[in-house]
Design a protein around this ligand. Structure first.
Ligand code: SAH
Length: 262
């Protein structure tokens, strides 16, 4: 027999129970009839239901917890536009799923992996129209952080390289069941066009290394001539650099490597 559904810590399950917040998220997602939407973490389908009311072309819902499947299947059995993907988000071959379409991502994300999910979406950027996610407030603050602030981290720079990020609203814990220990927030991510010309894997590694020992002067990590060439003071610290500076620095470094390698 199937195990009945009970919310689990292990999967970061905090069901969104406020109709107003759900409706606001779906407003920000601007659902059209030609939209292909991917919802990450369907749970018992609260958000799913509101999205379907607005008649997108297709809604794929990804859910890891098998005890939620019977609930989801029963709730949406008559909905042909809805497809449940019974899998861990990180195992889904998104490339196959969306290669020839533009999609919108949404979800009240499991907080323990929210940052990794957002980072992963960047690899599909050319097929993304926008993303609207509920995340832990601390993560949302990093996503929108500006240079010289304590929240300005790898996640800020990596995400802002590829997306315009908007902080839509804070959401108190009481709007969830069970309530999480933290405040949450809704963010909207719109891909920058044209997408920056970087190798995403390589760039990710570059930014993450740059943010290790973030208080150190850049000259201890990179060649001073190279920094000067990019218009960056060798004494500055990574947290003082704008996203544009960092993209530029990556480009100059890459060119340098290409030249010395040829
Ligand atoms: N959307 C629902 C549930 C949000 S809770 C609501 O708003 O009420 C987060 C959901 O993500 C849970 O259902 C959890 O089981 C699911 N989840 C957690 N990790 C996941 C993963 N790696 N892949 C897919 N779903 C995951």
């Amino acid at each position: 027999m199937n195990k009945p559904f009970r919310t689990k810590k292990q999967f970061g399950q905090h069901l969104l129970v406020s109709k107003d917040v759900i409706s606001r998220i779906v407003d920000v997602l601007e659902v059209n009839q030609d939209d292909i939407i991917i919802e990450i973490g369907v749970g018992t389908g609260n958000l799913t239901e509101e999205i379907l009311k607005r008649n997108p072309k297709i809604l794929y819902g990804i859910e890891i917890d098998e005890t939620a499947y019977p609930i989801i299947e029963e709730k949406f059995s008559g909905k042909e536009s809805f497809n449940l993907i019974k899998a861990d988000f990180f195992d889904v071959e998104l490339k196959k799923l969306i290669d020839n379409f533009d999609v919108k991502f949404t979800g009240n994300l499991p907080y323990n992996v929210a940052s990794n999910i957002i980072i992963d979406t960047v690899f599909y950027l050319k097929n993304i129209r926008l993303c609207v996610f509920m995340v832990q407030k601390e993560v949302a603050e990093k996503l929108v952080a500006v240079p010289k602030s304590k929240n300005y981290t790898f996640l800020s720079v990596f995400t802002q390289t590829f997306y315009h990020v908007e902080y839509i609203m804070s959401v108190p814990a009481r709007f969830f069941k069970p309530p999480p220990k933290v405040t949450s927030a809704v963010v909207k991510l719109t891909p920058k066009r044209p997408a920056p010309d970087v190798d995403i894997t390589e760039y990710k590694k570059f930014v993450s290394e740059l943010f290790q020992n973030r208080r150190k002067m850049l000259r201890s990590k990179l060649n001073s001539d190279l920094l000067i060439k990019t218009g960056i003071k060798p004494e500055s610290r990574v947290e003082q650099l704008s996203v544009e500076d960092i993209i530029k620095l990556y480009g100059v470094l890459k060119d340098g490597n290409r030249q010395s390698g040829s």
